[in-house]
Design a protein around this ligand. Structure first.
Ligand code: GLN
Ligand code: ZN
Length: 781
């Protein structure tokens, strides 16, 4: 390679299509509307478009095999033959129906989840269950968790990376295949049955990878990108050793095939020595998340190795300061020579929307500050030209970027002085309820008459097709505001009536007016913007459009008070105010890169605090602040946990501490792993917390018992992820398990999560049974 050029790579491109073509093809196929060949044709077309686009934009290392019909981890599991026996695979090529059975279960009811598309794992009805699903590192992308058994036999069952390489080649595009590395694959896998570590199977897995590399080489590949994001995690000595062993083996498999080990989502830190010593041709590092690692990596990296510089943010949507990036890289590139480097995004562009040009409704200034996947290709190419042909060839591009960055920094749309000064005045008293829980509990039990084992629900009631239809008609203008409003009122009233009728103790309004638990609030807050087409894959065919937080956040006016007042006017029973918490709003949005996340979180907290106070002033005795995403926001490195939990808890306390002792603050968290964060949960000091427990047999309450958690808890007794109606006896049994671990006075009775994804036919009998279970319990004490 001449010294005049520097290769430019993209580590992966969104698969979903500019117009969500993949989603529609998949759903069409699942519902029998299109055939398998039609689905595959759409997929091939999307790949061809992505390759052509990247080529046209000037990317020289264009990825292949970054495409997946559902999930790249699932693809890898299938490719190496890690197919659990329930899927009745008998060897040979894996059919699409087996593939989708692993993804969605067969006789599928799909992943109902908590209805937000961010739920931590999959759930299933009858039939063959899907693999579990969980978050891909600290992103909002979910992968299917591979399952391996102690006697696991691996075999190369699919040639997908080779096929896609050849497919591109036939189109005249030479690609760099991407595969998921063996150590990351096993680290993400789950051991089935006996207690063993999936990583113990490494020696059996490596030959499959070796075979794959040989085939890629035979097909004409010169580079292969092997993703090992585990290098950004806290690794044990054994795991680090596994990386060494793997690449010693893989580098010998096809000696002329150059391996680029791609690390991302964080710095290498204590793994740096091991990773830079891997016997491979190239290493990719994430210089957006770990800008300080350029020097130490360069120092450690052998002279002949290529370093891929991840400098364009693959996780966020802001335009890059190209001149600043050049300034940071210039010296190193001059010293080592351009041929020793590649310019790249920090990670795959999978996590950003496809194309900013589709947005026609965005504020023009805001739009000029943004860069989606397609625009990021352009930024990469500009950097490539700057280092190849010289900065002078891209003066206009650099100046344009610099100008926009400066405009954004000084824009009055970004900074709100009132918010800034308010943040600065937050004091100890703003983060603390007036009295301790024991005292509050006394006041609250006088203010609100509740029986032992009070029953309630988590907030939402079924979002029926009628509700969705009305919402979409309203947004299209086919329903007037007044018509929509009266429709929502009718739904709400019917739901309040029904809750009274079956004897629930604490009611909710049902959340019919909400499109989504984050969007609904974001749309009413200053500092947030919403897109029309900026979809990002959450899992499979489920995509989300995260809000963009671009400026200081504040609440111009009350958001939910009206709905609470209306609902409470219909009943004597207490109705809970219902809000989404600051940490969840933050974690499910694209955030600013010009101020710390913790600062934005505190700003949102103040906005929610205003809402909480207004609800109290309107007469609400109970206010629930959901923090569904608090746990999933945990940083990848344990060392960073305390810092995150510190400001996350503080933010929750900011919004919950403006009320009187008599006001009962609830929170809800739909997950079931609290062991490592129980201190933080206790520090939130919510009067009542509802959590997901029905599928874990109340075992997670052990963490609360061991901790001697003093406040009240509603452990979910009804798995809302399944259409199954739980019997009274089942819930009584679960509650008996809960009573072994908690004091009776602590216990609330509620489902695991909101009911929006369920049908009324399922919800009605289930809640009737839940109320009956509470009655049975009360009789027994
Ligand atoms: N209040 C919300 C609901 O019931 C909570 C949802 C969630 O935690 N995911 O839908
Ligand atoms: Zn939930």
């Amino acid at each position: 390679m001449s010294n005049k050029t520097i290769p430019v790579a993209s580590l992966g491109f969104p698969r979903i299509g500019r117009h969500r073509e993949l989603k529609f093809a998949l759903e069409g196929f699942w519902s029998g509307k299109i055939s398998e060949p039609e689905l595959l044709e759409t997929a091939a077309k999307l790949r061809a478009e992505n390759w052509a686009l990247q080529q046209q934009k000037g990317i020289t290392h264009i990825p292949s095999n970054d495409f997946s019909l559902y999930d790249h981890v699932l693809d890898t599991a299938v490719m190496v033959g890690a197919i659990p026996s329930v899927y009745a695979w008998t060897g040979g090529e894996v059919s699409l129906s087996t593939y989708f059975a692993m993804a969605r279960g067969s006789q599928s009811e799909g992943h109902a989840g908590c209805g937000h598309g961010h739920e931590g794992h999959a759930h299933h009805g009858q039939g063959v269950p899907a693999l579990e699903m969980t978050k891909w590192f600290d992103t909002n992308y979910h992968y299917m968790v591979p399952e391996v058994s102690e006697d696991q036999h691996f075999a190369l069952t699919s040639q997908k990376p080779v096929d896609h390489f050849l497919e591109a080649k036939a189109l005249g595009i030479h690609t760099r295949p991407v595969i998921l590395g063996p150590v990351t694959f096993l680290k993400l896998a789950k051991a089935r049955g006996a207690a063993f570590k999936p990583l113990d199977l490494l020696a059996r897995l490596l030959p499959v990878y070796e075979e794959l590399l040989r085939r890629l080489h035979a097909a004409g590949a010169d580079w292969v990108q092997v993703d090992e994001p585990v290098a950004a995690l806290d690794l044990s000595e054994g795991e680090r050793h596994a990386l060494t062993v793997s690449y010693q083996a893989l580098s010998k498999a096809a000696p002329d095939l150059k391996i680029l080990v791609a690390t991302y989502f964080g710095g290498l830190e204590d793994n740096l020595e091991a990773v830079t010593a891997l016997p491979v041709a190239g290493l990719h590092i994430d210089l957006v998340r770990a800008p300080g690692e350029l020097e130490p990596v360069l120092k450690a990296l052998p002279a002949e190795s290529v370093l891929s510089l991840g400098v364009i943010d693959g996780r966020n949507i802001w335009r890059a300061d190209l001149a600043a990036i050049i300034g940071k890289l210039e010296a190193a590139i001059a010293t080592r020579g351009a041929a020793s480097f590649q310019i790249a995004p920090s990670c795959s562009l999978l996590h950003v929307p496809v194309d900013l040009e589709l947005e026609t409704g965005l504020d023009a200034d805001l739009k000029s500050w943004l860069s989606f996947a397609t625009q990021k290709l352009g930024e990469l190419a500009t950097l490539g030209r700057a280092f190849g042909e010289g900065k002078a060839t891209v003066t206009a591009e650099l100046e344009a970027a610099t100008k926009v960055i400066a405009e954004r920094a000084s824009s009055p749309k970004v900074t709100d002085v009132a918010v800034r000064s308010r943040i600065a005045t937050i004091g100890e008293a703003d983060r603390k309820r007036t009295s301790a829980f024991a005292e509050r509990q006394k006041v609250q039990s006088q203010a609100i008459a509740l029986p032992l084992f009070p029953t309630t629900t988590i907030g939402s009631f079924p979002q029926t097709p009628e509700v969705r239809k009305a919402r979409s008609a309203h947004s299209k203008g086919a329903l007037t505001d007044a018509q929509y409003e009266s429709f929502l009122q009718k739904e709400t009233e019917a739901t309040i009536r029904w809750q009274e009728e079956i004897g629930l103790d604490v009611l909710v309004h049902g959340e019919f007016e909400r499109n989504d638990m984050v969007q609904y609030f974001g749309e009413q807050l200053s500092g947030f913007a919403f897109t029309q087409h900026a979809w990002v894959q959450s899992y499979g065919s489920r995509y989300v459009r995260p809000p963009i937080i671009f400026g200081d956040v504040s609440r111009p006016k009350p958001m939910t008070v009206r709905w609470w007042e209306y609902s409470q006017s219909l009943t004597e029973k207490p109705v809970k105010g219902m809000l989404t918490g600051p940490v969840t709003i933050l974690n499910w949005s694209f955030v600013r890169d010009d101020i710390a996340r913790s600062v934005t979180c505190r700003q949102i907290a103040l906005a929610i605090r205003d809402e909480v106070n207004d609800l109290e002033a309107a007469g609400a005795k109970m206010i629930q602040i959901d923090e569904a995403a608090l746990r999933e926001g945990l940083p990848l490195r344990h060392r960073d946990w305390q810092d995150y939990l510190g400001w996350a808890v503080e933010s929750f306390r900011i919004c919950s501490s403006g009320v009187e002792d008599r006001t009962q603050v609830h929170t809800h968290m739909c997950y079931s792993e609290f062991n490592q964060i129980i201190d933080a949960i206790a520090a939130m000091d919510a009067d009542v917390i509802s959590i997901e427990t029905s599928r874990s047999k109340m075992e997670l309450l052990d963490a609360f018992r061991t901790y001697k958690y003093p406040n009240q808890i509603g452990p979910g007794v009804y798995d809302i992820h399944s259409p199954r109606v739980p019997a009274v006896g089942e819930m009584v049994d679960l509650l008996a398990l809960a009573r072994q671990r908690l004091d009776d006075r602590q216990l609330w009775i509620n489902p695991d999560c909101g009911l929006k994804t369920r049908k009324w036919e399922e919800v009605r009998p289930a809640l009737v049974n839940m109320v009956a279970a509470a009655a049975e319990l009360r009789r027994a004490v």
